[in-house]
Ligand binder design. Sequence first.
Ligand code: URA
Length: 337
Amino acid sequence: MSSPLPALHVLAAHLEACVRRGEQRVWISPEARTALKEIIRMKPGRMVFREAAAPESADTPAQLSPPAQLSAVEPASPGSRVAAADNSRGLQPTVPETRHPEPRSGDRELLTESTPAPLSKKDRLAAVATRAESSPAARALGTLRDKMVFATGNPDSPVVFVGEAPGADEEKQNEPFVGVAGQLLTRVIKAMGLERSDVYITNICKFRPIVDDGRPQGTRNRQPTGEEMNACIEYVKEELAIIQPKVIVALGKTAVEGLLQRDVAITRLRGQWFEYQGIPLMPTFHPSYLKRKEDEGEAIATAEKRKHWEDILQVLERLGIPITDKQRRFFLPREQS
Ligand code: URA
């Protein structure tokens, strides 16, 4: 194995997901065990691989003190391994709890002697992206294209924009919101006084939906279905749990439906605060909708952009970003501005 890091990221994200589901014990594959061993091999002095002594009673699963961070024991059934995940410590698997099948004399345990450095948000997101790419649920649908477009931007951003799904431009450039709608979103972000690289931009569906009408798809795009969004939602949840932004901006009805499971017109929801995983969420118009409104004339488009901008002003307030008088007047009719 050349480097254990990608495997470590995948394993860490898996354990993290288990912790979030409240699982106390995690079965890990032989491959994961190999990765753990490799990590241990690469960090001599930090971890040891030792023979476990026979426990004295069922209440003494292993003579491990609290600093021990990583443990894997031979399970009763051959071919798999178990590690326990500790809710209070997030990423690190830790000592098996007492009801765990006892290690027998001669079983082997992997123990750490010190806490491994925590993974950065970027690394943890990379691990989620790796898993999303091979998402069995998304692949099984057969309605999504192969290439994944995950997300872009700053994992430490206080604000996350969530759209629908990548289109042809996004697929080509491997980045969300880079086409016509994306250019409008970029202008909105700049009007907020921020740069694209300051914020985090993602989609509720990580693959471009297939337009299957017997003709070549070309540049045609479509919105993701509920099934397609549900196939990807676990990755979006994980992204948001890692980033922990102060605010989520849900762009358009589809994103709101995917996140909040509410099939309601965006005109009825926009401008009001909701919550997703305990994070304030502001639904607002999708930039494609605002682009389409431009075809209906300037007055109509400006009125809709103003509504969108009022939602964004609420977001700025929530983020504690000072708003200038000029910003407050954006998209107001001339006589009011
Ligand atoms: N529309 C979206 O919702 N997401 C993109 O990435 C591009 C367009």
